[in-house]
Each structure stands twice: as structure tokens, then as C-alpha cells.
Write a protein that binds this ligand. Sequence first.
Ligand SMILES: C[S@@+](CC[C@H](N)C(=O)[O-])C[C@H]1O[C@@H](n2cnc3c(N)ncnc32)[C@H](O)[C@@H]1O
Length: 238
Amino acid sequence: MCLVEERLHYGQFVTPKLTRKAPIYDWYTFPHSFAKELVHQLLDEFDATPDTIIFDPFVGAGTTLLACRERGIPAFGIDQLPFSVFTSNVKIRNYNPGSLQTTFNTFKPLESIRQTFGKIPIIDKAFSDEAKKNILAIYGWTQTLPKKQADFFLLALLSILEKISQAVKSGGWLRIVENQVGPDDIEGLFRKQAQKMIDDIQGLNLPVVRQDIVEKNSPLTKQSTVITSKKSRQGARF
Ligand SMILES: C[S@@+](CC[C@H](N)C(=O)[O-])C[C@H]1O[C@@H](n2cnc3c(N)ncnc32)[C@H](O)[C@@H]1O
């Protein structure tokens, strides 16, 4: 019996390219995210139904769980990275777009926030004092909201930080560049991203299913099928 089978035609989906253009999936992607098309084809191949429970032990940006949600298939996942757990949970939650819009219509940066960025040397190179002040003012507003909405708008803020940062990914490290996005553009970028996320929810209208993502070492639910990827030193292995 052959336990491992090579399916080279899936190679086209083992890249974040399509994911970076797909609503909700694109709220945040990882360099090793795969495409929802891969998950949908595997679900077909496994004859998955709403009675199947899918498990992804290396959730990353939550592609597997979100694709399962599109099909009304319950799924749960794990990741050791708290940011990955946060991002993926924000993507798979059930929202009321009308109530998000009502909240967003009241958006106003909170100038008097006491929170700071903490003493991380790279942060001072990545963001000017003015940029940090404007980011914190938006963060401050998110923290006045109920948890679910706070997380939603916080992800909108986190997902624009790469555009604002003067530290950009370069191979395995960061490179400092002169950024074209000025501190005064931050609020506009946030508004655009938050509105896009609300529109995505309205547009997709996903079915409600049981899904959850937890950090490593949490007790497992019984699963029937595993769909995952794991980062290795050579790149993504699937
Ligand atoms: C390649 S990413 C998964 C990408 C995902 N398939 C997607 O489409 O977004 C691999 C994930 O595995 C997580 N990971 C690696 N080793 C782990 C471990 N031992 N336990 C839990 N999670 C782990 C990493 O934090 C990372 O988020």
C-alpha cells in the first residue's frame, strides 16, 4: 500500500498567489499559504460532506478552515503562533456586516491613548514617531469596541502595517527602506481596508458552521480528515 502519493497538478495551488486576491482569504496571507482551490479539490476527492470534520494542525492564515466554511463543513485547527490563531479566527467568525458598518461609521482615532509600542529596537526603525502615534490612535479606537468587533478592526489595522513599515521582508531578514506612505496616509489606508473587509463579508455571505482554531497543546476534537501544510527549511511541504 502506498501511503504517500505525488499529485503534481496540485502544484499550481501551492502558492499564496490566488489567496492574495480572494476576498476574506486576502485579509492576511502567509508566504507559504496555499490556495482555497487546493482545499476544495481535496474536499471533493475525500467526498467531504457537512458530516465530515476537517482538522488542520498547521493553520497558518486559516485557508483550510475558511474553504471548509464556504462548503458548510465543520473544521478545527491548531497553530503554535498566537498571531496565526488570532488572524484565522477573525477570518472564520460569523459577523453581522450591518452592525460592523454601523460601528465603522462612528470610527474616530483616539488621540489620548496611553498604550505604547514597547521597547523593540526594530520598531523604532520601522515606524516614525508620527506614524506610531497615528497607528496607536486607531488601535485605541478598536479597543473601545466589544471583543469580536475589536478583533475584526484590529486585523484591518494589522494587515496594513506592512505597507506603512519602513522595514520590509528581504530573504530571511528585514531591510530598512524609505517608505512612500506618510503618517497622514495611515487613517485613509485603515478606512479602505476596514471597508473592504466589511464588503467582503456582505458579498460572500458564508454559511454558519462549527469552527475553531486554538494554540498548540489544546485538547483535540475527533476529526475525520486532515488537510494541512507544514513549513520546512526547504519551503512548504504538503
Ligand atoms: C505554511 S504555514 C500554513 C499555511 C496555511 N496552509 C495557509 O494556507 O495559510 C505553517 C504553519 O504551521 C505552524 N507550525 C509550525 N510548526 C508547528 C507546530 N509544531 N505546532 C503547531 N503549529 C506549527 C506555523 O506557525 C505556521 O503558521
